[in-house]
Design a protein around this ligand. Sequence first.
Ligand code: HEC
Length: 162
Amino acid sequence: MKIIYCSLLFLLFAACNTVGDDTDQQQQAQINLLKKQLSRSYRPGMGEFMLGIQMHHEKLWFAGQARNWLLADFEIDEIEEAINNIKTYNADRYEVNSISMIEPDIDSVNNAIINKDTAMFRSAYIQLTNTCNGCHFATRHGFNTIKIPDTPPVSDQAFKIQ
Ligand code: HEC
């Protein structure tokens, strides 16, 4: 009788162990699948973030010129967000080591916006633009020269407060 019990117990134990193995295998398969999906998920490149920054940099100028401080605040926030995204999503690019140089200039633009000061805004914007070029130069992208825009980048958005 004892032997039968023991055998039954052994069988039960073995069965449980097999179930455990199956679950482990299933979990590993799921992890592998997730890893594969993650490696294929879309991650914008640094150049794409820069294109966004370029547009916000242009709009920022016209918003500031029109003393549209809410819009200017929005645009500088978008630039800041894109800079942070570059740090997160393009961490493998060596150029990211230089990106913090723009942060004090973003602060100065923010300051000018808070103070609603056009002269301060103008000089902060020029300094910001110089640093865009400073970083391009430092990262061997000096051929991407940024300047103060002459004309609004789009015609379907009002920069003056309506
Ligand atoms: C890390 C320092 C760094 C800073 C700060 C920086 N850039 Fe760039 N920028 C780069 C690099 C690197 C590239 C090239 C990215 C690539 O490989 O596509 C680039 C590319 C660009 C491009 C070319 C995009 C294209 O595809 O035509 C534009 C436009 C641009 N940046 C605008 C700006 C503006 C505007 C600012 C300032 C508000 C700025 N950048 C600040 C490093 C920087």
